[in-house]
Design a protein around this ligand. Structure first.
Ligand code: B12
Ligand code: SF4
Length: 676
């Protein structure tokens, strides 16, 4: 378990003191002079300075709507986040709109900010977050929730949405975790499910009009206007009733003019939204420094554990031509030397072969390297990787079989055979790769020790076959294994989680099995995440509004940066759950290790991802029966529900167009919304 955090208990929240003291305060006032004085005392001060290439600072008074956008983790993780970069640019393209960024501050700066009354600030113009109209927070993971609370408190915004006034920004959550925002329902004003490009423009329009009318009806009226769009969820307009045994009885609107269900947003035609055009180039070190282009959105491979795949359906490809233009423009602007062709399963793009060879051709002889997050286990991936490493740089190869045994791979719908995996990895070794990574999960539904121990057999076989094919002992593989967390809107949303001790026991057995043959074991790296953080992620992922009190208690006790093992404290979460949940007649196990039945009302049932609940249940039953489900890109539609209910359709090529010659950047289409 990780060491307990030394984060102090929150003291009084700092206020934007000058602003609060005087109604005539100039809101353009930057907190920079006060912040700058603190920076020599903190780690990595450069992360708070702003001014990156791609950053935008606009005149405060010229803007009619002002957004503060947050990725609730440290700058090094938050800056490269694709979602925030896209929204930042989409908003700043509007002449009358201003968007600035803010990230989670490390505990050393938090302490000083409290001591010196410096509020949560944006890195662009160092303005107090509380001065903005909208505070948009992007949640890729639930482990950022305590950092949201720190930011709200540091900003001087009342912690509970119910206590906020018209002087406070509207706090809107987005990102994948927002598909079940119930655990943070007390702290946010609204949540948006799904793609944000058009959603932020629609929210902006509503805020602009409401302000132009003189803010009639105050905050409540603004939230009501947002809720009436049917795609912005405003928790305060919904009541949750519980059954005596703790389960939810129903979630219903508490006023007549809001919808029973709130629907996700889907941005169709990615060619019309070629963002980021001007990627942010970080000043401090970040997890990735490269130009990332999403080559498609959505995934219909149907891995049953994968929330990202389920909630982003249907598949929408960006055309090869637009990808080529974005790469050219993005590299020219940023000076990056690396391009990532990203998506949930990049090798599945219908023109991936032409795209990779076209780009390799285009950048041959330069120092630009191209990479794919490789996941599919077949020889085609090696061909692509080969193409992308023409300039001699071999980036790491990663495959994700996810399950050790053929049986468990059927349960999770990851259709990869052991033979295919070994053949592919051996092809990589014979083509010059010396190192591959293999990703797995532990704690999957129906899993036994035997399923996990087969990972050791697979890794041994990979090394044995690799040595035989290359005649060299200089090859390695790394087995990386994480705990399974059941997620909302997936067929595993009903599944029970395994207890941390069982997970840790299996991981121990696996390690022993890998090292049981010393010669092979030496060539195999083993990286794992223990079971405790996964259990807490499970609590937050499938939690309801009652879990909000646990988050609040953890935060009050110093919980910060829960995604970081050196800051995460399992005990703090267990203690907070034990202090809070029995008051509601439930406990930590009830949320995590308990299997749900078909008729249980789930906390997110009123939030519509498009997936049909009956189809999800059937897929869960198919999983238990070890039946696989095909990919609807290449087989007939199997009625998961998304396309008809969202009025969308799969958009795939091939288009037959070519990447080259690249058309001038100025010829790119600009979304109509961004031209206002
Ligand atoms: C696919 C994926 C990858 C892919 C591709 C990434 C990509 N396309 O950007 C690959 C394999 C390359 C990857 C790499 C990494 N990833 Co990754 N990745 C993901 C995953 C599953 C989906 C991200 C995605 O699709 N992004 C595409 C963008 C466009 O979508 P989006 O961010 O959701 O934003 C859209 C909407 O959600 C919405 N939206 C978002 N925020 C908001 C806010 C508001 C107010 C509104 C209205 C709307 C809105 O609008 C956006 C535009 O439509 C997430 C988990 C998740 N559930 O999000 C992890 C995740 C983001 N990755 C993570 C990590 C750690 C990494 C790596 C650092 C791993 C590593 N060690 O190398 C790298 C770093 C990548 C980088 N930052 O450059 C972590 C981040 C942890 C953290 N503390 O925040 C996550 C959360 C996974 C996890 N649970 O650990 N990743
Ligand atoms: S509705 Fe049919 S075509 Fe659309 S994503 Fe679902 S299964 Fe695929």
């Amino acid at each position: 378990m990780s060491a307990p955090s030394t984060t102090p208990r929150p003291a009084a929240a700092p206020t934007d003191d000058a602003a609060v003291a005087s109604p005539h305060h100039d809101p353009t006032l930057s907190v920079w002079p006060r912040l700058e004085a603190l920076l020599p005392q903190v780690t990595k001060p450069i992360q708070y300075v702003g001014g990156e290439l791609g950053a935008v600072v606009k005149d405060w008074d010229a803007a009619t709507v002002r957004w503060a956008l947050m990725y609730p983790d440290a700058y090094e993780v938050g800056l490269p986040n694709q979602g925030v970069q896209i929204l930042y640019e989409v908003l700043n393209e509007l002449p009358d709109v201003l968007a600035e960024r803010t990230y989670a501050v490390w505990p050393d700066l938090e302490r000083l900010m409290r001591e010196h009354a410096v509020p949560q600030f944006t890195v662009d113009a160092h303005r107090s977050v509380r001065r903005f109209d909208v505070f948009g927070v992007s949640f890729s993971t639930e482990l950022g929730y305590t950092n949201l609370l720190t930011a709200i408190d540091l900003a001087g915004i009342p912690m509970l949405a119910a206590d906020r006034t018209d002087a406070d920004p509207v706090i809107v959550a987005g990102g994948h975790a927002a598909f079940n925002p119930e655990p943070i329902a007390d702290f946010i004003d609204a949540a948006v499910l799904g793609d944000g490009e058009e959603a932020v423009l629609e929210i902006t329009t509503i805020v602009r009009e409401w302000k132009a009318e003189g803010s009639p009806g105050g905050r409540d009226e603004l939230l009501l206007r947002l809720a009436r769009t049917e795609s912005v969820y405003v928790p305060r307009f919904y009541d949750v009733d519980y059954l005596p045994d703790g389960r939810i009885q129903r979630v219903v609107p508490n006023r007549p003019d809001v919808p029973f269900r709130v629907h996700k947003r889907t941005t169709m035609d990615l060619d019309a939204w070629p963002y980021p055009k001007k990627p942010l180039v970080p000043l401090a070190e970040t997890v990735h420094e490269r130009y990332a282009v999403e080559i498609f959105r959505g995934c219909t491979r149907g891995c049953r554990f994968c929330q990202a795949g389920m909630i982003t359906r249907p598949v929408r490809e960006r055309s090869i031509t637009t990808v080529g233009q974005m790469v050219q423009q993005g590299l020219e602007f940023s000076g990056f030397h690396e391009v990532g062709l990203l998506s949930l399963s990049s090798a599945d793009h219908s023109e991936i072969g032409d795209m990779c060879s076209g780009l390799a051709e285009q950048y041959a002889g330069t120092n630009v390297s191209l990479s794919l997050p490789s996941t599919r286990v077949d020889a085609f991936n090696i061909d692509l990787a080969q193409e992308l490493s023409r300039n001699g740089r071999r980036t790491g190869l990663t495959f994700a079989p996810e399950g050790g045994s053929e049986r468990i791979r059927k349960v999770i719908n990851k259709m990869v055979s052991k033979e295919d995996l070994i053949r592919t990895v051996v092809t990589a070794y014979t083509n010059g790769w010396r190192q591959v990574k293999l990703y797995f999960m532990c704690g999957l539904p129906t899993e036994t020790d035997a399923d996990v121990l087969e990972i050791a057999d697979m890794a041994h076989e990979v090394i044995r076959a690799g040595r035989a094919a290359t005649g060299s002992k200089d090859i390695r593989c790394t087995v990386s294994i994480g705990g399974f967390v059941p997620k909302p809107h997936t067929p595993f949303q009903w599944a029970s989680m395994e207890r941390p001790e069982v997970i840790d026991g299996r991981l121990k057995l696996l390690k022993q099995a890998i090292n049981s043959d010393r010669s092979l074991g030496r060539a195999i790296g083993f990286r794992y995440h223990d079971g405790e953080p996964s259990l807490i992620e499970g609590l937050l992922s499938r939690g309801d509004r009652r879990v909000g009190a646990v988050i609040h208690e953890v935060w009050r006790n110093g919980g910060r940066f829960d995604g970081w093992s050196e800051h995460f404290s399992y005990q703090r979460w267990v203690d907070a759950a034990a202090a809070v949940l029995p008051g509601f007649g439930v406990d930590l196990d009830w949320y995590t290790t308990r299997e749900r039945d078909e008729l249980e009302v789930l906390p997110w049932d009123h939030l519509d991802s498009g997936l049909d609940k009956d189809w999800l249940w059937q897929d869960w039953q198919d999983s238990l029966g070890e039946y696989e489900q095909d990919d609807c890109r290449w087989t007939p539609c199997f009625d998961c529900g998304v396309c008809p209910s969202m009025d969308t359709e799969i958009q795939i090529g091939p288009t037959g167009r070519k990447l080259l010659p690249l058309t001038p950047v100025t010829a790119m289409r600009v979304p109509t919304g961004a031209q206002q």
